[in-house]
Design a protein around this ligand. Structure first.
Ligand SMILES: Cc1cc2nc3c(=O)[nH]c(=O)nc-3n(C[C@H](O)[C@H](O)[C@H](O)COP(=O)(O)OP(=O)(O)OC[C@H]3O[C@@H](n4cnc5c(N)ncnc54)[C@H](O)[C@@H]3O)c2cc1C
Length: 416
C-alpha cells in the first residue's frame, strides 16, 4: 500500500473528467491534480459515441438546449450558460478540430472520427500539473465532513483536499462506466434517484414484423408515443427496425418517456396529409393500372416494407390495382399514417445511451457542482441526475458540468 499526495483527484477520464482536469489546471496552475482512470485508456465511451463519429454537441441556443433536457434542466442552467454549445464548438476548434453541423443541428468533427475529439481532450489535459494515474476508486475517506483521501481498489491511498467524481453512468459498462460513482456518492450520504435506461431501443409485441424489417432505416418518420389514448411525446426524424423492435434517434428519444403497454404510432408519410396521400396513391395506381397491388407500391415505399404494409392493409396482394376500392385505399392510407406498435419493454440499461437518474441535484450546488453534504466533493457528467434527448445534448452536459466542477474546485483553493 503506497501513499500519494495531491491537491485534487478527478475520478474518471471520460468526457466530463477530462474537461474538469484541464479547467482545474488552467485555473489553479500552482496546484497539483491527479486524473484517475480505471481503464488502461481514456475516453472509451467517447470513442463509440455517434457511431464512432461523436455527436459533440447541438448547435443551438440555451432555450433550445433546455427544451431538450428531459430531467433537471433548471439545475444545468448555470453550467450550460457559462459554457454553451457555441463555446464547445469554439473550444474544440481552438484545439485544432474542425467542426461541422448536420441535420437537426447535430455537431460532429469534420473528420467524422471521435478519436479526434478524444485527442483534443487529451491535449487539453497535457499540462504540467496534471498527473495520470491508472487505478480504480473504491472509497473516499472523509474527516470532519471534509474530503481527506481517495482509497483505490489495490489499497493505494491518495491524500487530497478535493475530489471531482466523474465516473459516468451505468450504461455500456464495458466502457468502464459501471455505476461505481453512485455507490460511492450514496455511501457519503448523497441520495441517488431511481436509475433506469434512457435513450434505449424498444422491444415491441409485434416483433415478428420487426424481424422481417430488421435493419431497415426510415429517415423521415413522425413518431407519436400514446398512453391511454393521449399523446405523451412526439418527434420527427430517423428510426430503424431491430430484430425485436424499434431503435434509431426518434425512438431512442421517445424511450425517455416510454413504458410497457404504450403505443408507438409511426407516420410513414408525415409530409402528406390523408387527402394529398390519397391523390398520390391514385396517381401511382393509374401509372401501374395493369399491375397487381403488391407490385404497385415501388414509388411509395422501400422494397422491404411493401409486403408488410400490403398484409396489414387487408387488401388482396394479387388484386388488380384498377379494381381497388375507395375503402381499401382508405385502409392503405391508415396503415401508412398509423403504423402502430405496442411496447413490450425497454431494452436493459446496459444497452442504453444514457442513464436516467443519479446523484440528486438537490444536494449539489448548481453554480459550482460542489456537494452540499461533503466539503471538497464535486460532481460532473452523467453521474448527476440529468439526462437529455439524442442530438449531442448529453455530451454537452458532460462538458459544461465538467468544466464548471474543474474551475470551482480550483477556485476553492483561493479561499482556503
Ligand atoms: C453507444 C453510445 C453512443 C453515444 N453517443 C453520444 C453522442 O453521439 N452524443 C452525445 O451527446 N452523447 C452520446 N452518448 C452519451 C455520452 O457518451 C455520455 O453521456 C458521456 O460520455 C458521459 O460522460 P461522463 O464523463 O459523465 O462519463 P463517461 O464518459 O462514461 O466516463 C466515465 C469514466 O469514469 C471511469 N470510471 C468509472 N468508475 C471508476 C472508478 N471507480 N475509478 C476510476 N475510474 C472510473 C470510466 O472507466 C470512464 O472512463 C453515447 C453513449 C453511448 C453508450
Amino acid at each position: 500500500m503506497s501513499n500519494i499526495k495531491t491537491d485534487c483527484v478527478v475520478v474518471g477520464a471520460g468526457a466530463s473528467g477530462m474537461m474538469a482536469a484541464g479547467f482545474f489546471s488552467d485555473n489553479a496552475k500552482s496546484r497539483n491534480i491527479i486524473l484517475l482512470e480505471k481503464n488502461n485508456t481514456f475516453g472509451k465511451k467517447l470513442l463509440i459515441t455517434g457511431k464512432g463519429r461523436c455527436n459533440v454537441t447541438n448547435n443551438c441556443d440555451i432555450n433550445t438546449f433546455m427544451s431538450n433536457v428531459v430531467h433537471n434542466g433548471r439545475f444545468l442552467y448555470s453550467a450550460v450558460s457559462s459554457f454553451s454549445p457555441y463555446d464547445t464548438i469554439s473550444f474544440f476548434e481552438s484545439l485544432g478540430v474542425a467542426m461541422k453541423t448536420e441535420r437537426g443541428n447535430r455537431v460532429f468533427p469534420v473528420s467524422d472520427h471521435s478519436s479526434d475529439i478524444l485527442s483534443a481532450l487529451k491535449s487539453h489535459c497535457n499540462k504540467k500539473n496534471i498527473s495520470f494515474y491508472h487505478g480504480e476508486l473504491s472509497d473516499i475517506r472523509i474527516v470532519d465532513g471534509h474530503v481527506a483521501s481517495c482509497i483505490l481498489k489495490d489499497g493505494t491511498e491518495i491524500e487530497c483536499s478535493s475530489v471531482i467524481l466523474a465516473t459516468g453512468g451505468k450504461s455500456y459498462p464495458q466502457t468502464g462506466s459501471s455505476g461505481d460513482g453512485y455507490r460511492i456518492a450514496a455511501k457519503l450520504g448523497h441520495t441517488v434517484t431511481h436509475l433506469k435506461p434512457s435513450l434505449v431501443p424498444i422491444d415491441v409485441e409485434e416483433s415478428g414484423i420487426c424481424a422481417v424489417l430488421e435493419g431497415l432505416s426510415l429517415k423521415n418518420t413522425a413518431l407519436d408515443l400514446v398512453r391511454n389514448r393521449k399523446s405523451v411525446y412526439s418527434d420527427f426524424g430517423e428510426m430503424v427496425f431491430t430484430s425485436s423492435g424499434l431503435s434509431g434517434p426518434v425512438v431512442l428519444s421517445s424511450s425517455a418517456h416510454a413504458m410497457a403497454g404504450d403505443t408507438i404510432i409511426l407516420d410513414l408519410k408525415p409530409a402528406l396529409d390523408e387527402k394529398t396521400l390519397n391523390t398520390r396513391i391514385l396517381s401511382d395506381f393509374s401509372k401501374y393500372s395493369n399491375k397487381i397491388f403488391i407490385n404497385s407500391l415501388d414509388d411509395l415505399l422501400p422494397k422491404k416494407l411493401i409486403p408488410v404494409i400490403v398484409s396489414l392493409s387487408g387488401i388482396d396482394a394479387q388484386k388488380k390495382v384498377n379494381s381497388i376500392t375507395k375503402s381499401e385505399r382508405a385502409s392503405l392510407i391508415n396503415c401508412l399514417k398509423n403504423f402502430s406498435f405496442t411496447i413490450k419493454k425497454l431494452r436493459p440499461i446496459e444497452e442504453a445511451i444514457v442513464t436516467s437518474g443519479g446523484v440528486s441535484v438537490k444536494e449539489i450546488d448548481p453554480k459550482t457542482m460542489h456537494s452540499k453534504i461533503v466539503e471538497g466533493l464535486f460532481f460532473a457528467g452523467e453521474l448527476i441526475d440529468c439526462d437529455a434527448y439524442t442530438g449531442g445534448f448529453n455530451l454537452q452536459i458532460a462538458f459544461s458540468t465538467g468544466r464548471l466542477a474543474g474551475i470551482s474546485a480550483a477556485k476553492k483553493y483561493e479561499v482556503l
